[in-house]
Design a protein around this ligand. Structure first.
Ligand code: GTP
Ligand code: MG
Length: 313
């Protein structure tokens, strides 16, 4: 329901729907959780109208209610796990990556973020008994780093037909941050035709960081990033899908997050990510993966290898 069309809300005509979408409100959930004043300002509508729209979105998206623990427990029984192809890495995360959750991989250039994404994309197409999700994959590629050749190598290493794997990976280039956000909505269209069980955003923050420069733009950037994260989480829940996003560390101290090992996007990205993994380069093919904060796993680190065949112990 959270994916229903915003035009279906009472009082929202095509013009208002366009304004909403332009401001980043691409689904009901993002509207339902917004404050009337912010929505009114962002879309250039009256506050009374904003209140009406938000109320309607709350009803339509069915948010704000309580659920009993047994129902949540039941839903969590459907959680699936996706292997990284490294036993140690899987154990660090507690049996691989979890569906209905966002996993953030952050670290400096060359730390292996994109390679891990490729491995996950291949693995998601594998049958469940091999640690896969028997699903399709959506990749939102912001830096033009998708390389089918690497997918072929990794598929061959797992003894599966590269052609078949490539057919199940749906890639879109995102040209700027608003296009990136729009592509999450487009991914919902793909998921109506194909069983999308993994969504990758590589990189989550690069466009936002490049477009919103300077202190005055920080609030807006964080607001949009927050919306983006929640749309990703909604996709994960609706499709019982795994979300994997990558993030850079700030190379030079920026206004708010001065520490050069801190991920971009600060608290907004941190709070919305269920699992955060910090990647560091080590000798040769070795990389160190550290689980930073997780709801149910201890902070720990493991060594992985990024080889010709892909991610390995
Ligand atoms: P940025 O996107 O620049 O922030 O970096 P990243 O963290 O995404 O790095 P990426 O995953 O692209 O890692 C690049 C590294 O992966 C290279 O420096 C290589 O060490 C390794 N790599 C990439 N392709 C291959 C390959 O075909 N064989 C092997 N053995 N290693 C590879
Ligand atoms: Mg990369």
């Amino acid at each position: 329901m959270a994916n229903a069309n915003i035009e279906e809300l009472p009082g929202v005509g095509p013009a208002t729907a366009d304004k909403l979408r332009e401001a980043g409100y691409t689904n009901l959930m993002t509207i339902a959780v917004e404050s009337p004043k912010t929505l009114a300002d962002a879309c250039d509508i009256g506050e009374a109208t904003a209140i009406k729209i938000i109320d309607a979105a709350k009803k339509a998206a069915d948010v704000g209610g309580f659920e009993s623990g047994d129902i949540i427990f039941e839903r969590r029984k459907n959680l699936d796990r996706l292997t990284t192809s490294s036993k140690a890495f899987d154990e660090l995360l507690g049996h691989g990556l979890e569906s209905q959750a966002i996993h953030e991989f952050y670290g400096e250039f060359g730390s292996g973020k994109t390679q891990i994404c490729f491995q996950l994309a291949v693995n998601a197409t594998l049958p469940k008994e091999k640690g896969g999700l028997d699903g399709d994959v959506v990749i939102i590629d912001t830096e033009n780093t998708f390389r089918p050749e690497r997918i072929v190598q990794m598929a061959n290493a797992h003894g599966v037909d590269p052609e078949e794997v490539l057919k199940r990976i749906h890639v879109a280039r995102a040209y700027n941050s608003s296009h990136q956000m729009l592509l999450v909505e487009k991914a919902s269209d793909v998921s109506k035709i194909h069983p999308v069980r993994l969504m990758i955003v590589d990189s989550l923050t690069a466009h936002f960081r490049a477009e919103f420069v300077g202190r005055g733009t920080l609030a807006e950037r964080q607001g949009l990033l927050n919306k983006h994260m929640h749309e990703l989480l909604a996709f994960a829940e609706v499709n019982n899908a795994v979300i994997a996003v990558t993030n850079q560390v700030s190379a030079k101290p920026d206004a708010f997050f001065g520490d050069p090992t801190r991920p971009v996007g600060g608290h907004v990205v941190g709070h919305a990510s269920t699992y955060r993994v910090y990647l560091r380069k080590s000798k040769g093919t070795r990389r160190i993966a550290r689980l930073i904060d997780s709801p149910d796993r201890p902070e720990a680190e493991v060594v992985i290898n990024v080889t010709e065949e892909g991610v390995r112990d």
